[in-house]
Design a protein around this ligand. Structure first.
Ligand code: NAD
Length: 431
């Protein structure tokens, strides 16, 4: 509980993702006794880009969009992080998400830094053709601010393999024909057939599942028959639920942007996915479950809660009602620091986002290597490599947590920040 305690003693209550990540970093810096000069570097973002760009709509009118790319830190390698298309995207949320990426890639031992970006928009208002033009124009506007050895975007909320294919094609089309192919790894999360990695679609959700599995093994908990609820039934939520169901656990609740549903005998994960495909991607109206009020969702009886939607979802308002004994953070920043304090005091354990959802960026690293080396990797090998990596990182976090008597988030931060500090100490500051 050390990180939360340090936050409690040093910081007033804070709101917003940026304030959350800054409070976490501040407390973690104290835990590792971070060199004050390096702390100054890490508490700011290296580059913040805001782009207004015009796009022609299907009806011939022009709409102006606001896009972001924030590059937090590249001490360990090129900037890496997703692109989110959502109305809540603003500079502070992108800064926060970029910082979390730096800690995540560092913790996972990858040769990457951290970045994030996106467009402030409601994707449901646009046709596929419009989304393609928006994405291509945004990519063009980003220009050389992204690049396969400089800053490598990936999918996030409301972006997917198709979005990445448009970005890769646009970026590669701005190069001379002889340079085209060597720029394919400008983004990861591409479709298979366009340089994508087998299994990248499930990498984040599989990683979420693996961290739950290793936690359960460590605690001697049998996942068979355990119940879970998932907030966000998109890429991460679906795949995490899929693998947990395969292990014998039962999904008793799901929530998306439109509805919250429950069924205590278990909601079939594949059937729910099939239903969403006929219902504009939403779980709303799923016939084999009961609809409940949005605010009642986190209080559902269950063993495991997987937030896999947006940040700041678990707050002081709903944390006291949470019945799960384990929270596995599929989403980035889903728990506020004040809510975490309540949960840890209740004895709820939290697998922190920078560990729990790191399967995605690990999968992205594999895709990047595959493209860079002109290789094609097999699904079995990829999932085995992913498992090995997650197991290793999980073990390190657990060992640090035990030896320092701190919670898992604090332990994850200690490892992540130490690695970056070490790089700066070895290298010094130019000039
Ligand atoms: P997605 O767009 O595939 O799915 C998002 C889901 O969240 C949808 O079901 C949507 O309806 C739901 N949702 C949106 N707003 C909501 C709200 N207010 N309440 C409840 N549900 C809501 O996105 P994704 O790729 O699955 O990403 C989900 C989370 O996982 C994000 O926090 C993202 O940053 C994080 N993450 C994603 C990846 C990845 O590889 N895609 C990797 C690491 C972390």
């Amino acid at each position: 509980m050390a990180l939360v305690k340090a936050i409690k003693s040093s910081k007033p209550p804070k709101q917003g993702m940026l304030k959350n990540v800054m409070a976490q970093f501040e407390a973690a810096s104290k835990l590792v006794n971070l060199n004050p000069n390096i702390k100054k570097i890490l508490e700011v973002t290296n580059n913040e880009l805001i782009i207004y760009f015009p796009v022609r709509m299907d009806n011939g009118t022009i709409e102006i969009f606001k896009g972001y790319r924030v590059q937090h830190n590249n001490a360990l390698g090129p900037y890496k992080g997703g692109l989110r298309y959502h109305p809540t995207i603003d500079i502070d949320s992108v800064k926060a998400l970029a910082m979390w990426m730096t800690w995540k890639t560092s913790l996972a031992g990858l040769p990457y830094g951290g970045a994030k970006g996106g467009i402030q928009m409601d994707t449901s208002k646009y046709s596929t053709a419009e989304l393609e033009r928006i994405t291509r124009r945004f990519t063009y506007a980003l220009g050389e601010n992204i690049g396969p050895e400089h800053d490598i975007p990936a999918p996030d909320v409301n972006t997917n393999a198709q979005t990445m294919a448009w970005i890769a094609d646009t970026y590669m089309s701005t190069k001379s024909p002889s340079e085209r192919s060597k720029n394919q790894h400008v983004v990861t999360g591409k479709p298979i057939g366009s340089g994508g990695l087998e299994g990248r679609d499930r990498a984040t959700g599989y990683g979420v599942f693996l961290t739950i599995k290793y936690w359960a093994k460590h605690k001697n908990v049998n996942l068979k028959g355990k119940t879970f609820i998932v907030q966000g039934f998109g890429n991460v939520g679906y795949w995490a639920a899929y693998f947990l169901e395969q292990e014998g656990a039962k999904m008793v609740g799901a929530q998306d942007a439109y509805a919250s549903i429950t069924y205590e005998d278990g909601i079939n994960v594949s059937q729910l996915l099939e239903y969403t495909k006929t219902n504009q991607g939403s779980i709303e109206g799923y016939p084999n479950a009961t609809s409940i009020d949005k605010d009642a969702f986190f209080g559902l009886s269950c063993d495991i809660l997987i937030p896999a939607a947006l940040g700041n979802q678990i707050t002081v308002d709903n944390a006291p009602a949470i019945k799960a004994f384990l929270i596995a953070e599929g989403a980035n920043g889903p728990t506020t620091v004040e809510a975490e304090q309540i949960l840890l005091e209740k004895g709820v354990e939290i697998i922190p986002d920078i560990l729990c959802n790191s399967g995605g960026v690990i999968g992205s690293y594999f895709e990047w290597l595959q493209n860079r080396n002109g290789e094609l990797w097999q699904l079995d090998d990829i999932l085995t490599k992913l498992d090995k990596k997650i197991k290793d990182v999980f073990r390190k976090v657990l060992e640090t947590s035990k030896s320092k008597k701190i919670d898992m988030r604090s332990a994850a931060y200690v490892l992540a920040i130490k690695r970056i500090e070490n790089a700066y100490v070895q290298r010094g500051i130019f000039p």
